[in-house]
Design a protein around this ligand. Structure first.
Ligand code: HEM
Length: 501
């Protein structure tokens, strides 16, 4: 039994760590640390499993014969299937163990109310997210500060994400998109996800960080972002931050170098006589309730956070939308016709008001976010015992809501697995169920980037639809890659042909 646990744990750590580096020494180190802690934790969990829970009010617990690791392997292989099966068997609230932690899922709109309506002191976000985000964004921002401070920072960011700025963004995103896809030529097969990731980092950098930072975006800076982004990994989630793993070192070095670059830009802005009108300027001019201004270091951290919060979420969503449209070619044609109907037959440059009127494209994006929400689980740490559906969730459980599961519950959604953007033309399918559709979360941690994401993705796809016709390659619609933290498309190749006017 012990050998089996060791083998499985080594395999898990190996899989997780090799995603970000293949360095042998770090693997050995990581495995040793993992194995040492394993003995301790498995004892604890085993004890917990053996003694039947005296409090019958705890959520139903899915038993596992593998101590410590629990359901990590089944969940890792196919998390949505795992959760849907558990929902069928145990109902909307249940708990299970993975890698020494107990997770309680709240599935469906009613159960999700607990996570979205609770106070941060009771269901805490910092406890679960900070170890991933603080080394990447830096100290003094987001989950490194008490939530009321982060809420003030979100408010400042939201002030910058306004319609006047979106109007400028549409123009620059159109320009970047045309420039990017002019390289694609007449026809071919390309990796859609890779292309959209490259394009989105350029457009997001220009819109969210300002033209000075965008102009510095060369291969070296792109590599720094990639190294920083390597911090969002299963390894960073599972392993202590002090381990001398190369990807952790690369992340920390990239963080320092990016902060230095941003600080210089911020200082130049502060000294400039003429003011820019963009998000960076909004942050420079913003102050906390007590009157003090953001420091250069806080602004730099917020600029990193803005870019990375939108990077994977928007690029994954846009890639999935591309595959849905490539599969449903009639829908793709309707979207192309909508461009002409709303903007004019000669397809002039886009503007913000027209973009808003592209309702079919809007519904396609909404439906892509329903079927493939990039954030499949939102998590909090239970700091106080909380009650839901007659169960009491004990302190220490990681409490989760999965948009992916809520977005496809058959109790709520008809033809739940079909890509049908027109479903939103009928009476709201999730009316009365507040949290049946939550791709951007809800409550105090709700996303502030939704409007920008819609502007960015709709502008990019408007230009792409105007330029090309898309098809699946040999009818292949990508499988979901569950090994990445955000569920990306596997082998995301797409066939394209330039449209003749
Ligand atoms: C398709 C694009 C996006 C999706 C699906 C998405 C999704 C989400 C979700 C689900 C949350 C809630 C997390 C939780 O409750 O644990 C969230 C929070 C957040 N997002 Fe987004 N996001 C997207 C784009 C963006 C963009 C472009 C930005 C920045 C411009 C952004 C900034 C944020 C911030 C600051 C939070 C707040 C986190 C908190 O208060 O704890 N997001 N997002």
């Amino acid at each position: 039994m012990t050998t089996h646990i060791f083998q499985v744990s080594s395999l898990l750590i190996e899989n997780a760590v090799e995603k970000i580096n293949n360095n042998f020494t770090s693997m050995v180190l990581a495995t040793s640390v993992f194995t040492l802690t394993l003995g301790y934790f498995s004892k604890l969990v085993y004890k917990q499993m053996k003694s039947p829970d005296k409090d019958a009010n705890h959520p139903p617990y899915i038993p596992s014969s593998i101590p410590f690791l629990g359901h990590a392997i089944a969940f890792g292989k196919s998390p949505i299937e795992f959760l849907e099966n558990a929902y069928e068997k145990y109902g909307p609230v249940f708990s299970f163990t993975m890698v020494g932690s107990t997770f309680t899922y709240l599935l469906g709109s009613d159960a999700a109310t607990l996570l979205f309506n609770s106070k941060n002191e009771d269901l805490n976000a910092e406890d679960v997210y900070s170890r991933l985000t603080t080394p990447v964004f830096g100290k003094g921002v987001a989950y490194d500060v008490p939530n009321p401070i982060f809420l003030e920072q979100k408010k400042m960011l939201k002030t910058g994400l306004n319609i006047a700025h979106f109007k400028q963004h549409v123009e620059v995103i159109e320009e970047e998109t045309k420039e990017y896809f002019s390289r694609w030529g007449e026809s071919g097969v390309k990796n859609l996800f890779e292309a959209l990731s490259e394009l989105i980092i350029l457009t997001a950098s220009r819109c969210l960080q300002g033209k000075e930072i965008r102009s510095m975006m060369d291969e070296k800076v792109a590599q720094l972002y990639a190294d920083l982004d390597g911090g969002f990994s299963h390894a960073a989630w599972l392993l202590p931050g002090w381990l001398p793993i190369p990807s952790f070192r690369r992340r920390d070095r990239a963080h320092k170098e990016i902060k230095e670059i941003f600080s210089k830009v911020i200082q130049r802005r502060r000294q400039a006589t003429e003011k820019e009108d963009d998000i960076l300027q909004t942050l420079i001019d913003s102050s906390y309730k007590d009157g003090h201004f953001l420091s250069d270091d806080e602004i730099a951290g917020m600029l990193i956070g803005l870019l990375l919060a939108g990077q994977h979420t928007s690029s994954t969503t846009s890639a999935w939308m591309g595959f849905y449209l490539a599969r449903d070619r009639e829908m793709q044609e309707r979207c192309y016709r909508e461009q002409k109907a709303v903007c004019g037959d000669d397809l002039p440059p886009l503007d913000y008001d027209q973009l808003k009127d592209l309702n079919l494209l809007d519904r396609c994006l909404k439906e892509s976010l329903r079927l493939r929400p990039p954030i499949m689980t939102m998590m909090r740490m239970a700091r106080t015992p909380l009650t839901i559906a007659g169960y009491t969730i004990p302190v220490g459980h990681q409490v989760c809501v999965s948009p992916t599961v809520n977005h496809r519950l058959s109790d709520t959604w008809k033809e739940r697995m079909d890509f049908n953007p027109d479903r939103y033309l009928q009476e709201n399918p999730a009316a009365g169920e507040k949290f049946a559709y939550v791709p951007f979360g809800a409550g105090r941690h709700r996303c502030i980037g939704e409007n920008f994401a819609y502007v960015q993705i709709k502008t990019i796809w408007s230009i792409m639809l105007r330029m090309f016709d898309f098809e699946l390659v040999d009818g292949y619609f990508p499988e979901v890659n569950y090994t990445t933290m955000i569920h990306t498309p596997t082998n995301p190749m797409i066939k394209y042909t330039l449209r003749r006017p």
